[in-house]
Write a protein of this length. Structure first.
Ligand SMILES: [Zn+2]
Length: 639
């Protein structure tokens, strides 16, 4: 289901429930006809939506105990990378974040959601079907009429938590402590079950007969689950220790930045044959392993909340706390992420809070243990430029953009990091800004060694070095150039991927959102952020080109629209001798396109396993699409 459609459904359901409540309390706000029109619209999009049949917001009857046909085991756990590598034993594994939520089992019969149960003790859980029907990401029916069990994690993102808190307070309910507890709380409650619509669900496993589950790898399993309308976690194929280390680094970034609480990572062998072969102990499967950073929690009191303006103009809060020792470090402040976070938890000086530090991950706020007195005061003006602040949705923003020193220095600092300009520290940049030597990023390239030498503690040799380091970045790779523009929603890997489709700056600047969405792995939201972001950065890009920057475009064997595979779309199924990403890049470099599902536009399906019963193979046979071996593809690539 498309995000827009999901949003539309959620909006309609919320409206319907609101008007239902108003009607039953004798205060209708719209006519019966207008109400019927809302129901008709929702019925058209999702005829089984629980809002259509809801009378009040109560679940009926007692929570029923239900036995899990195959037990929901816990996972083996390690804190050591070495142990993980030993367990990997040269196999390709698939890594994904471990969501700190509640496990659910969804039973589908002929493609219809029949039963949803909590994990419970792993053998017996509770029937939560009526509540789970409210969760958009647990589809009521699947495109295929299959008998399966889908397992996953139900959770509440920070963003959803904030909305949920407001709704609960509006209904006179108690403020929930944290997202994890409220998920368990609402699933176990009989009243206000419609609040479960604030929850989300990630599917991570599917059980059923081999005849209905046509895949042989963990990666294909995720793709199949997505085809059935489930949301899956971001997942990465990992071949060796280097890739594992890179993955864990990326996980740390996600743990700090994502809207979802993760408490580690989960790994599984990619080959499902190995899963069957290894089986499970009484406690945990042998083919999966979780990794955690050793974590320690502590309590601390908030002394005050400081606000700082980021390069994107967001004004973000930091709690200054009474110093505490945690995992061998003295902690004096804790990021509170954003204004929404402060509002959702009603954070203020005097609050006793619980914090956690896992490994080298930045210490994090967990929950309020004992609220302080009084109310929190919101900052009214930007702490950097004193411009009155605005609420942009749930975020507090300084509207001054480049006129705000904090945003300018943050922007330039981000450029310096992305362009890997050595020796240019934030302190030096601050001196340059104060001396008026630099007011925008392009100014860096106008600096001469003589000018640099006027900076404090900068001798001739250092000035020369700085000058050369800056000059070196004139010809940086285009992906790094774009990354340096600090566009929200895109990282270096995003730009590299985009450049495979839009080979130079000019074509990328003219890319439209629809074109980006067509690329596999691009959500509508990030497509919009990227297109809008590039548009907003036009003056910066032009200024950089004007001072003579010549970003290097990636080398391609063929011009766009040319090459031996020009205009042909290929789909891959099953494991090949190289990673799928690598093969897809080779196809694109030869002018072809790589698709994720077989359609009449597919030129050939590439596989080394012609006996596979995968859904892609079935579809290709139905549509009469040629099947190519990897070897055949390699020959055609050279043609
Ligand atoms: Zn400002």
């Amino acid at each position: 289901m498309k995000t827009q459609e999901r949003e539309k459904i959620a909006q309609l359901a919320a409206d319907i429930l609101r008007h239902k409540r108003l009607y039953y309390t004798g205060k209708p706000q719209i006519s019966d006809a207008a109400y019927d029109a809302l129901e008709a619209q929702l019925k058209q999009l999702d005829s089984e939506h629980p809002a259509l049949s809801a009378v009040g917001s109560e679940a009926s009857g007692q929570a029923k105990k239900v036995t899990h046909e195959s037990p929901m085991l816990s996972l083996a756990k390690t804190y050591e990378v070495d142990e993980l590598v030993g367990w990997q034993d040269g196999e390709v594994i698939v890594g994904s974040p471990k969501v700190d939520g509640n496990s659910l089992s969804l039973i589908y019969r002929a493609g219809h959601l029949l039963l949803a149960k909590t994990r419970g003790d792993g053998r017996v859980g509770e029937d939560v079907t009526e509540k789970v029907r409210w969760i958009q990401e647990c589809p009521a029916r699947l495109p295929l009429a299959v008998d399966i069990e889908v397992r996953g994690e139900v959770y509440c993102s920070t963003h959803a938590f904030s909305a949920l808190v407001e709704e609960m307070l509006a209904r006179g309910l108690e403020r929930p402590n944290n997202p994890r507890n409220i998920v368990a709380g609402l699933l176990g409650r009989k009243a206000h079950i419609d609040l479960c619509q604030h929850f989300q669900f990630f599917a991570f496993d599917v059980l059923g007969s081999e005849a209905v589950l046509p895949f042989t790898s963990e990666t294909e399993k995720y793709a199949w689950l997505e085809q059935q309308g489930f949301v899956v976690l971001p997942h990465t194929r990992i071949q060796d220790r280097d890739e594992l280390t890179a993955f864990l680094e990326e996980m740390k970034r996600r743990m700090n930045e994502d809207e979802i609480a993760y408490d580690g990572a989960v790994f599984a062998y990619d080959r499902l044959a190995l899963h069957r072969q290894l089986g499970a102990t009484a406690h945990h499967p042998r083919f999966k392993m979780s990794f955690k950073w050793p974590g320690q929690t502590a309590e601390a009191t908030i002394e005050r909340i400081d606000w700082a303006t980021s390069r994107l103009g967001l004004v973000t809060p930091v709690a200054v706390i009474e110093p505490v020792q945690l995992s061998g470090a003295k902690i004096t402040n804790i990021t509170l992420h954003n204004a929404e976070h402060v509002r959702a938890y009603d954070l203020k000086p005097g609050d006793r809070i619980e914090i956690i530090r896992s490994g080298e991950v930045i210490p994090k706020f967990l929950q309020v243990v004992q609220p302080g007195k009084g109310a929190h005061l919101w900052p009214e003006v930007c702490p950097s430029c004193s411009t009155p602040l605005q609420f942009d949705g749930v975020r507090l923003k300084c509207p001054a953009s480049s006129a705000c020193p904090a945003q300018t220095s943050g922007f330039i600092l981000n450029w310096i990091r992305c362009a890997e300009i050595e020796d240019l520290s934030d302190k030096r940049l601050e001196q340059m800004l104060q001396a008026g030597l630099v007011t925008e990023v392009a100014d860096l390239y106008k600096l001469t060694p003589e000018v640099l030498q006027t900076l404090p503690a900068t001798k001739e040799k250092m000035a020369q070095k700085l000058f050369q380091n800056i000059q070196k970045s004139r010809a940086l790779p285009l992906a790094k150039f774009l990354n340096g523009l600090g566009i929200e929603g895109a990282g270096l890997r995003t730009w590299e991927k985009l450049l495979e489709h839009f080979p130079d700056l000019e074509s990328l600047l003219h890319a439209r959102e629809e074109q980006l969405i067509e690329i596999e792995g691009f959500a509508a939201k990030s497509a919009e952020q990227i297109v809008q972001g590039l548009k907003a950065r036009r003056p910066v890009i032009e200024a950089l080109l004007k001072v003579g920057l010549t970003p290097k475009i990636p080398e391609r064997a063929y011009a766009p629209g040319e090459g031996p595979l020009a205009g042909k779309q290929f789909v891959i199924t099953g494991a090949l001798s190289r990673s799928r990403e690598e093969i897809e890049a080779m196809i694109r470099n030869a002018g072809g396109k790589a698709g994720s599902s077989v359609s009449k536009n597919t030129f050939a399906l590439v596989t080394n396993d012609t006996d596979t019963g995968s859904s892609k193979m079935k579809k290709a046979k139905d549509l009469g699409i040629p099947i190519w071996s990897e070897e055949r593809l390699m020959v055609e690539l050279q043609a």
